[in-house]
Ligand binder design. Sequence first.
Ligand SMILES: [Zn+2]
Ligand SMILES: [Zn+2]
Length: 546
Amino acid sequence: MSRAIRVVPLGGLGEIGMNCLAIEQSDGILVVDCGTSFPQDDLGVDVVHPNLSYLFENAERVSGVVLTHGHEDHIGALSFLLERVDAPVWGPAHALALVRRRFEDRGFAAARARLTEVTPRRRFGVGPFEVEPIRVAHSITEATALAIRTRAGLVVHSGDFNFDPDPPDGEPTDEERLSELGRAGVELLLSDSTNVDVEERAGSEREVGLALGRVIAAASGRVFVALFASNVQRLRSLGDIAHATGRKICLLGRSLNTQVDIAQRLGKLSWPSNLLISAEQAATLAPECVLALTGGSQAEPTSALRRLASGDHHQLQITAGDTVVMSARIIPGNERTVLDMSCDLLRQGAHLVTRVTDPDVHTSGHAGRSEQRRLIELLRPRAFLPIHGTLHHLLRHQELAREMGVAHTSVTENGGVVAFDPELGLMADGRVPHGRVYVSATGEALPPGVLKRRAELARSGSVVISVVLSETGEPRAAARVSSRGVAGLDDAPRALERVAQAVSDALAGKRRGLAADELVRRAARRVIVAEGGARPVIEVHLLRVE
Ligand SMILES: [Zn+2]
Ligand SMILES: [Zn+2]
């Protein structure tokens, strides 16, 4: 039997987000992570997940799914996979608690899923594979790398990791176990490429805690800290700071409430019950006693921070003397909206602290180049495949592995299968379907054609024209015209009448050879362009009556 395995990337290679990768051998498929990403445009897309059809088509052969940690880009799409693939799932308790919450949101019955909690260093079987989770430090608690025993030997998947020596949850990366594995012989390493452009990752989570403590202790008014809600490490530090500075914590936004609730239940946070107050209570408490934690660091339209910035939060209002700390990075693509929101916060009178004014108020959860190098040193793999990054990140990470003398390296993006054989190394091995599936808030997939038309309507608006015709094609009544989002026509009954008149005239002097709907469309377009210069989507309804 061949000793080759296949690495099948379905998401997260060639992009940031929606990580999903399968490791396949003839007698089984192991899926590592199944995440989502967020839509760029406001076209009614709630969430984006990888095209999972390769796994659907091979559902019988899927031995199981293993989750490395609880970030959305690793767990968010699990319900979409389990809808069609009945496979058992393993993951850290924290990740599984978040998975159950997502199941509730999506109306997926948790009873349908077989979820098993894992413990670092404790091996378990997944079909023909054997998997051992290894603790790694990251910007969430209970993150793991995976040591996977396959027919081709030991494969290590780094998960998302860094080498923070002293994270606030007390669980640094298990370097001892990693170096043991390195000595035992790692055939293939799949490693997180996100921060390959950063030589030294700035600061540690504990240093971020100290910086936040400094800022909060120096503030005289209320303090708002915007952060990624899943960063339990940082929430722990903020709890300690609130305690030390005599402030009460108010959680703004659903996702923070969910994350705090789950972390408390799992014993990852032990905040006394009198530490938390509601937004209503925060509004009446002395400003120097309030520490509000909020999502919305990316200026998401419905987030609490965005509403605070524009002055339409129901309970709280930012006033002069308040401090807002942006304890997060700006995800590429969000720069402009975040800057706009920041300016709105300044207009409200806030004192704004960001990574620009104080670089220590945030650090990344992902390994910088020096830490990526450290992982390769510890594991000394024979082959290396970079994951979790855009093509640029993957290529730079490959270069690093080559510099360090790794014998076989390769780069692939979503859909490009790579075979690994201990004798032959890495080889391209065909392609599988891949891509993005866009899902609306109500759960239905939105085909690309639908999104294209939505974008078209958003750009240029629409005009609907209804005409009643006799069987012989004579107009039986004046045409009805309405418009949406068209300058010069919306709320301009006269202009709409002129379009209707042009349509009726065109039908009366019907030119041979031209279909009635095309005739109507052309006549209408001429007038609409003359009225406002716009080129809207024109919809024509011809109703024929006897
Ligand atoms: Zn992560
Ligand atoms: Zn990730």
